[in-house]
Design a protein around this ligand. Structure first.
Ligand code: S3P
Length: 189
């Protein structure tokens, strides 16, 4: 469990912030969307997913954007979407796995949301994603190595979340309960 001391520190830091929303960051396959929907339902919040927002505003799938315009075009769209989220309230925001690699995105989220990172081991991520085909970054010849490399590169960004929650060997419901607890603690006076 990674959540203990990190959350205690986080609560001191975030006490001056207005936490209107709850944002989930983390690597592909850590359960942000599934868990996020459950958390939103329990808190009676709206639910938004940055990939879905990009898809509905462009009329293209993430895979199409990557293949036709490249990853940098996708990252620019992601950045635009993040900046529009500040107007939201009572919303659980699930983010694409690469979104926090732009420090401005994370800073923007922190102005209005408690940022929770869902963590999982490489093995667990592989277990969860290996039958899926919609993620362009994992369609190469050696997706397991790609996961390991990307996770190592991105760890520094994920660790900047307010709270880290380990999802390995834990059910969606357990993870959701943990997140709800953290949000209630962070938003109580
Ligand atoms: C990406 C993660 C995906 C999606 C895109 C790029 C990444 O979202 O944004 O394929 O760079 O990690 P999920 O984390 O929801 O799979």
């Amino acid at each position: 469990m990674l959540v203990g001391p990190k959350s205690a520190n986080a609560i001191a830091v975030i006490s001056t912030r207005h936490l209107a929303n709850l944002a989930l960051i983390g690597f592909m396959g850590t359960g942000k969307t599934t868990v996020g929907r459950l958390v939103a339902e329990s808190l009676h919040f709206d639910f938004l997913d940055t990939d879905e927002l990009i898809q509905s505003s462009t009329g293209r799938s993430v895979a199409e954007i990557f293949s036709r315009e490249g990853e940098s075009a996708f990252r620019a769209l992601e950045h635009r979407v993040v900046n529009e989220l500040a107007a939201r309230g009572q919303t659980v925001i699930s983010t694409g796995g690469g979104l926090p690699t732009n420090g401005d995105n994370l800073a923007a989220l922190k102005t209005h949301a408690l940022v929770i990172c869902l963590w999982a081991s490489t093995e667990q991520i592989w277990e969860r994603v290996h039958l899926q085909t919609h993620r362009p970054l994992l369609q190469g010849p050696d997706p397991q190595t790609k996961i390991r490399e990307l996770l190592a590169e991105r760890k520094q960004f994920y660790l900047q979340a307010d709270v880290l929650v380990n999802t390995d060997q834990r059910s969606v419901r357990e993870v959701a309960q943990q997140i709800i607890h953290q949000f209630k603690v962070a938003t109580s006076d």
